[in-house]
Design a protein around this ligand. Structure first.
Ligand SMILES: Nc1ncnc2c1ncn2[C@@H]1O[C@H](COP(=O)(O)OP(=O)(O)O)[C@@H](O)[C@H]1O
Ligand SMILES: [Mg+2]
Length: 230
């Protein structure tokens, strides 16, 4: 599904990520690491907001690196940024509708699927997205990305700042999306403990390089935590 080889990426002259490989196949692939480790830089690179200076990114065998963010979205990569995932001045309905501009199936069918995942949104269609709670805002942001019917979904710390109850709910919905829609999810996360219980693979970044990579069965929480202390 998503295959990344030897990515180097950063901002201008500054290289942040070095030699990153990853392979995600209809699963929840968690990217962990301390603040500043490069998680958001990796997701921005996959989404085409930053162009990698080396390496290759493929979605279903097709190269996407070097293409525009719009083309990459149209090729099936949905992206929910760490911040500003919704248009605050637009309503919930308008936010979802914008996501629906891409994708083949009828918009009404796709909306129904978003509402079956996040029923609370149905009662808030006319509310400005900027006035929603943090958890509701994340649901709109994820719903908007799902309206594109992505095969790859990039989620940048969707549970940051949410209550444990909302975090749990969101994790369960993300698992449902991956399982039932066969979506390859790349999930950037801070919280190592809850992520190990939930993801099928974890990839720990430390100062922009891969510290550790494996399934939660193969890696220990202590090994993961080492990556946070460098
Ligand atoms: N727009 C930017 N310009 C220059 N450096 C940046 C920019 N955004 C992030 N960085 C730097 O890139 C590194 C990785 O940041 P980031 O990818 O946001 O990490 P994380 O998401 O893991 O917290 C940090 O050192 C950060 O200061
Ligand atoms: Mg980040």
């Amino acid at each position: 599904m998503l295959d990344v080889r030897g990515i180097r990426s950063g901002y201008g002259e500054v290289t942040i990520l070095q030699d990153i490989d990853l392979s995600v196949d209809r699963e929840i692939y968690a990217v962990l690491g301390a603040n500043g480790a490069g998680k958001s830089t990796l997701l921005k690179t996959l989404a085409g907001l930053i162009r990698p200076t080396a390496g290759e990114i493929r979605v279903q065998g097709e190269r996407i690196d070097g293409r525009t963010a719009y083309d990459i979205a149209a090729m099936g990569v949905g992206y929910v940024p760490q911040e500003h995932g919704v248009f605050p001045d637009l309503t919930v309905a308008e936010n979802l509708s914008i996501g629906g501009l891409l994708g083949a199936r009828s918009k009404a069918d796709r909306l129904d699927e978003v509402f079956s995942l996040f029923p609370d949104l149905k009662d808030r269609l006319d509310q400005k997205a900027g006035s929603l709670s943090g958890g509701e805002g994340q649901m709109v942001a994820i719903g908007r990305a799902l309206m594109q019917e992505p095969s790859v979904l990039l989620l940048d710390e969707p549970t940051a700042g949410l209550s444990p109850r909302y975090t749990d709910l969101l994790f369960r919905r993300i698992a449902e999306i991956s399982r039932e829609k066969n979506v390859s999810v790349v999930l950037a996360e801070q919280n190592a403990v809850s992520t190990l219980a939930f993801a099928s693979n974890v990839h720990v970044l430390s100062l922009g390089i891969t510290h550790l990579l494996g399934s939660p069965k193969e890696v220990t929480i202590d090994q993961v935590r080492e990556g946070y202390h460098i």
